[in-house]
Design a protein around this ligand. Structure first.
Ligand SMILES: Nc1ncnc2c1ncn2[C@@H]1O[C@H](COP(=O)(O)OP(=O)(O)O)[C@@H](O)[C@H]1O
Ligand SMILES: C[C@@](O)(CCOP(=O)(O)O)CC(=O)O
Length: 913
């Protein structure tokens, strides 16, 4: 596919600049508005000299071999229009069809199954819908990336597969800027056959001509500025390449979606005033944007000095257009503003001479499901304004009235002017939670959590392919990402000596990253080059004493660099856990799961399914039934859980060298699992299976408080296995049969409760002895074992996790007397151990829903309150919030550890795997 026209040389137009009349003063080429107003086609002179192009309202044309025969294939009014559009677009060819979406459809039909498209992630809803359709019905692979960052496209360009890159700039409705020129150059260098397509509707050919910046095809919804009056629907396509024009003209003729003669006439008339309308509309837009910005609303308009893409936009376009959007901080307030405006008509679309107001999330972008909207950072409270040609004073006056009536601004007697009424602190906080995941480039907030684990049988042996049995514990790690606006990345590990560190995003070792191609998974082996680059770069200045934080930082940075290569978001990540760190209860896996989930969400590698349906009422039997009782369990689909699990395993490898994967699997999936490492399967094929029964068992976990190093302990068993293979193999076999026996006992309905408990007790003692032989016990663990085994307790205890210190787990029978338990706990505490009576088998990975109304001020009570009893108000816990800081982060970091879980649960609805 070689272009027959050099796109760098604009084609000559048929409205020639008149010859110089004087040798000293030459005539200049006609300017845009002159071209617009002058509809002339030397090849189509009208026989009567009509001043306006006539409407050839005829389906057929008589005769054989004439220029026109059937209006589906060609019509004189349409030819006039297409000639005119090509002229004002500086294009060799123009085609006109029945709508902007019809234009995109014609363009997309160039693709074949298996082709790949790279498209933006802030696209018009209709474009998104059509792309989704061709993905599911046309076998075309669509990658949505942040096109406002040219380097985000690079990892997705495949010289053999990328067939099209679809851009919008400015995007609608967030007005983000894509560098069409730089992206076109990058694409052409890497995939010369790929076609760059630009939706230029927001700008029109007056303000931006992407063909001049390297695009191959440009299309406009001519329903907007080109026609200007919202009295017709049309789409135009322009290009310089003959081959592309031929192919698209073939499609138009085949499907019959060319623009009808009457609409061609109206569109031709509309284009004559394009420049005049646009000049007025964008001048007023600048005034409106400045007005809203000065009131303190977050306003998106490329004409504002703080617009992040302003410089690029000025390079590729000659004006800022007449669409802008702003955020109020409160969806209901936005609805009141939109409802209160009179001159601004509530309507979808834009480009009309009349001004319009809308809320994209409930109108033009409603066809994008809420989860995708959230993932792509479209704020639910966003108001879009499309400015018309009315008097600017009237427009601003009307908007001001709507803002006042909605309570968004109020008169400040001291300042003698209207100022913004900030949503109250709680509303701001609610908004902060509501914005979880609703981030645009600089707005990612996700709150996630994952449980720790207790291994009942099979630790260490599981590394070598033996089946292990583990369950989640009700102690959790929490992770929160919040946006930063200073191009920095920071981590705050509150549990590791309150470690905090920040880096400039752009100075991270990006060059050392080999991005993982779309659709591929992280390889089994870690990228040592990247690890070395992180250790030698961002981690090099850190204090040697911060060893644990450094390892956690390494795991976090490794995932950040791999996952954020295209987006490079500036964020803070804070982790806090109610779990003891490094005690054998899987703190590293729950941390890894939180970090992996947050990074996958921030980078939009995963996005949540749409919000749950509202609960059905008894009177509405037709509504889908929703299980309120499961409290969001099973909301996160297995595909997302598996992806998180893979990345959590990557992080575990960074932290532990050769982990089995059991800890992260429990942290992600929750419940109780029989887990066998894939690839090594000792007792059969690898995999994991949920097992029931643990929830009803009572366990005592005792932290010896002796620090240990999982990596070294796992490596130590590896060395022993190499040195004494027979001994270790024998132990592995025995542990395999212990796990199998435990699984059988738990699943056996015939076994009485007493028999089950005594079988498990025996297996616990046996397993512990094998771990002693493997050399991973510790005197402190033996002390705990002896104390719990002594009369009158006579309980069975084993070490759990890597051993060498850390925790021991003790099975507590149902009928174990409470007084005896208290006495045992007191003895353990007396020995300076920390006992926990935990419950096991609860939920795995949780993500705080971005959909539900949050409840920051009043955490949900955790226990059921008998009816009739008044619940005393909970202490909000959110006190002393520094308004300058991101509220949610501050509240999270300040929350007391003992209340952390209750506080987090009270924030809103958690969705679990
Ligand atoms: N809440 C946390 N914040 C930051 N890093 C953590 C956290 N929890 C665990 N880690 C990382 O995991 C390491 C502990 O792993 P490990 O010794 O295996 O303990 P565990 O048995 O609890 O998983 C820590 O040194 C740290 O690097
Ligand atoms: C020893 C081992 O079986 C469990 C490690 O648990 P922990 O790090 O002590 O929580 C190692 C593994 O399975 O990766």
């Amino acid at each position: 596919m070689t272009p027959t026209i050099d796109p760098k040389v604009p084609p000559q137009h048929d409205l020639p600049t008149p010859d110089p009349e004087s040798p000293v003063r030459s005539r200049k080429p006609y300017r845009f508005s002159t071209l617009c107003a002058t509809v002339e086609n030397p090849d189509q002179k009208d026989q009567y000299g009509s001043s306006s192009v006539p409407i050839y309202q005829s389906a057929t044309f008589k005769g054989v071999g004439n220029v026109y025969d059937y209006s589906r294939s060609g019509n004189p009014t349409r030819s006039h229009l297409e000639h005119h559009v090509a002229k004002i677009s500086s294009a060799a060819h123009a085609l006109t069809v029945s709508s902007g979406m019809a234009a995109l459809d014609v363009i997309l039909r160039i693709l074949k199954p298996g082709d790949e498209i790279i498209a933006g992630d802030d696209l018009y809803g209709g474009t998104n819908r059509l792309l989704t359709y061709i993905r599911s019905h046309g076998g075309v692979i669509v990658h949505h990336v942040d096109t406002t960052n040219p380097s985000s496209i690079l990892p997705f360009i495949n010289p053999n597969k990328t067939a099209m890159v679809l851009l919008e700039s400015p995007t609608n409705p967030l007005l983000k800027i894509a560098d069409i020129a730089a992206i076109s150059k990058d694409v052409k260098e890497r995939a010369p056959d790929a076609i760059v397509v630009v939706d230029n509707t927001m700008m029109s050919p007056y303000l931006q001509r992407p063909l001049e910046h390297g695009a191959d095809i440009v299309y406009d919804s001519a329903t907007k500025y080109l026609s200007g009056h919202h009295d017709l629907m049309a789409g135009v396509i322009t290009c310089n390449r003959d081959d592309l024009k031929k192919q698209m003209a073939f499609t138009i003729n085949s499907v019959g979606n060319a623009l009808a003669p009457n609409d061609c006439f109206l569109l031709l008339r509309g284009t004559k005033t394009l420049a005049l309308r646009m000049d007025r509309q964008q001048a007023t837009s600048q005034l409106v944007a400045t007005y809203l910005h000065s009131l303190g609303f977050r306003t998106h308009y490329p004409g504002l000095p703080n617009h992040p893409g302003r410089e690029i936009h000025e390079r590729i376009a000659s004006g800022n257009g007449a669409v802008l959007s702003f955020e109020t901080g409160d969806k209901e307030m936005s609805e009141r503003i939109v409802g209160g405006a009179r001159l601004w008509g509530i309507s979808v679309s834009f480009g009309c001479v009349n001004s319009l107001i809308s809320m994209p999330c409930v109108m033009s972008h409603a066809s994008i499901d809420p989860a995708t909207r959230a993932a792509r950072g479209l704020p639910e409270d966003l108001i879009r304004l499309c400015v018309g040609i009315e008097d600017p004073v009237d427009l601003i006056d009307d908007l001001e009235h709507a803002l006042i009536d909605a309570g968004a601004i109020a008169f400040d007697g001291q300042q003698h002017k209207y100022t913004r009424v900030m949503p109250s602190t709680n509303e701001e906080l609610n908004r902060a939670v509501e914005k979880l995941g609703l981030g645009e480039a600089d707005e990612q907030e996700w709150f996630v959590s994952a449980p720790g684990k207790v291994i009942l049988f099979g630790e260490h042996a599981v590394v070598h392919g033996v089946t292990a049995i583990a369950a989640s514990v009700d102690l959790r790690c929490y992770g929160l990402t919040t946006p930063r606006n200073d191009r920095k990345l920071s981590v705050h590990f509150a549990d590791i000596d309150n470690f905090y560190h920040e880096w400039n995003v752009d100075s991270l070792p990006w060059d050392a990253v080999t991005p993982i191609a779309a659709g591929q998974e992280h390889p089994d082996i870690l990228d040592q080059t990247l690890i070395d680059a992180i250790v030698a770069g961002p981690l090099s200045g850190l204090d040697e004493e911060a060893k644990h934080a450094k390892t956690a930082g390494l795991a976090f940075l490794y995932m950040y660099l791999m996952l954020s290569h295209s987006r490079r978001p500036a964020i803070n990540f804070t982790a806090r856990a109610t779990l003891p760190v490094g005690a054998g209860l899987g703190s590293s896996a729950s941390f890894s799961t939180c970090a992996a989930t947050a990074l996958l969400l921030v980078n939009r590698t995963i996005s949540l399914p749409p919000p749950p349906q509202p609960a059905s009422t008894a009177s509405d039997s037709s509504a889908p039934h929703v299980h309120i009782s499961h409290q969001g369990r099973r909301f996160i689909p297995p595909s997302i859980a598996e992806q998180v699990n893979k990345w959590a395993f990557v992080s575990e490898k960074v932290l532990h060298g050769n982990p089995s994967g059991i800890d992260n699997s429990v942290a992600v999936f929750g419940g109780a699992l029989a887990y066998t490492r894939a690839g090594l399967a000792f007792g059969g094929k690898g995999g994991m299976e949920q097992i029931q029964g643990f929830k009803s068992l009572k366990f005592l976990l005792t932290n010896s408080k002796v620090p240990r190093d999982t990596k070294k302990l796992v490596a130590g068993v590896g060395v022993l296995k190499a040195e004494e293979p027979e001994l270790v193999d024998g132990i592995l076999k025995s542990i395999q049969s212990i796990s199998e026996e435990a699984r059988r006992a738990l699943a056996d309905p015939e076994l009485s409760r007493t028999e089950l408990l005594s079988a498990l007790s025996a297996l616990i003692r046996e397993n512990h002895q094998h771990l002693v032989t493997l050399g991973v016990s510790h005197p402190s663990l033996e002390t705990i074992r002896t104390a719990t085994a002594a009369p009158p307790y006579e309980l069975s205890t084993k070490l759990t996790g890597a051993g060498g210190g850390g925790c021991a787990v003790t099975l507590v029978p149902d009928d174990f007397e409470e007084g005896a338990l208290d006495k045992l706990l007191a003895e353990l505490v007396n020995e300076k151990f920390v006992p926990y009576l935990t419950s096991v088998g609860g939920s795995g990975l949780g993500i705080l829903s971005p959909y539900t109304p949050p409840n920051l001020a009043q955490p949900q009570p955790q226990t059921a309150v008998p009816s009739g009893q008044v619940t005393p108000p909970e202490t909000p816990g959110l006190v002393q919030i520094d308004a300058a800081d991101p509220l949610l982060r501050l509240a999270f970091e300040k929350q007391g550890l003992s209340d952390l879980t209750q506080w987090a649960n009270g924030l809103g609805r958690w969705m679990y795997v």
